[in-house]
Ligand binder design. Structure first.
Ligand code: ATP
Length: 307
């Protein structure tokens, strides 16, 4: 399939007097790990609910592998697995049974679903809880169940709405490892988050969404290089006035025995700076780098922090 996994263009949605989406455009290639990053109320959940058929759009194109999510809803929904932000509230059935039910919604018989259900119960650490009701699970276990449910029919595209919201650090890292593994195995992943670290660590491409519009897209590295600030700090002794010329290609501030360079990418230029200083007889005591994060990028784009 040459079509992108997800293609959205000109997507609008209003709820009574709230404009939730005002022209969202985004494309996710097959096999890509895409992060939709934005503050509360930016329109992340509305976007994925429209893709999955839970919310009706006002206007715009929403396609999965080139098929319209409304006209070809059977095909498009069969390609998706979604882990919702809200924790599940199904009180009555054991967790294992719920997974079989869920596979059944996609036409998979209990016999055929069994190996997959068993694999997910083991992989997500839910084996001991197979007979538990959801109300008996902790918040973290409910999150694991959400993921198992999203994966039980082995979809090509996995949509995760704030998958690590409210989970402890250990489980967050476990879930990140698992998501990386799914991505390495070829899954396309769309993740919404307002954890900057999550987007930086996992996603190949990030769309920054604010007030119902994607305001910037790119790889986390490109975004921080283009819009953030980065620097190199050098603690030295032995300044030599010839260095003013030798370092004229760089923007720097000299203060006592410290030099601060403002650069686009510290790793790219650090070796040359050190070499120039050493060649001019400077003694270097320490070097440190500072790099901006997606949080800085968000701040420079919107004038406010993400959280
Ligand atoms: P969060 O990070 O808090 O989950 P979000 O980026 O997912 O936020 P949405 O849930 O898509 O944002 O909400 C976008 C806007 O639409 C918000 O102003 C929200 O209050 C509004 N909204 C969402 N769902 C509804 C609804 N069912 N009825 C009315 N307004 C809604």
């Amino acid at each position: 399939m040459n079509n992108p996994a997800v293609h959205i263009s000109g997507l609008h949605k209003s709820y009574e007097d709230t404009m939730a989406l005002c022209g969202v455009d985004l494309t996710i290639e097959d096999g890509q790990f895409y992060g939709l990053l934005g503050p509360n109320g930016a329109g992340k959940t509305t976007t994925i609910h429209i893709l999955t058929g839970l919310v009706i759009k006002n206007q715009g194109v929403t396609e999965i592998y080139g098929k319209d999510t409304v006209k070809d809803f059977r095909f498009t929904r069969s390609q998706l697995g979604i882990a919702h932000q809200e924790l599940p509230i199904d009180w009555f059935f054991p967790l294992e049974k719920l997974l079989y039910f869920h596979a059944g919604y996609y036409g998979i018989t209990q016999k055929n679903a069994k190996p997959r259900v068993e694999e997910l119960l083991v992989r997500l650490g839910l084996e001991d809880k197979r007979s538990a009701r959801l109300r008996q699970l902790s918040g973290g276990m409910k999150r694991r169940y959400q993921l198992a449910k999203a994966l039980v029919h082995d979809p090509k595209i996995i949509i995760l709405d704030e998958p690590t919201a409210g989970v402890d650090v250990e489980l967050r890292h476990e879930l990140w490892d698992y998501l990386r593994e799914l991505h390495q195995n070829g899954k396309t992943i769309l993740l919404t988050t307002h954890y900057i670290e999550e987007a930086e660590l996992l996603c190949e491409k990030v769309g920054i969404i604010d007030k119902g519009k994607i305001i910037k897209e790119g790889s986390p590295g490109d975004l921080t290089r283009d819009l953030g600030k980065a620097g190199i700090n050098v603690h030295y002794t032995g300044w030599n006035d010839e260095l003013n010329d030798a370092l004229s290609d760089f923007s720097f501030i000299l203060e006592d025995n410290r030099l601060h360079f403002t650069v686009r990418d510290p790793e790219e230029v650090m070796a040359s700076i050190i070499q120039i200083l050493s060649n001019h007889g400077c003694h270097i005591h320490s070097v440190s780098t500072e790099k901006s994060s997606l949080e800085d990028v968000f701040l420079s784009l919107t004038g406010k922090g993400i959280n």
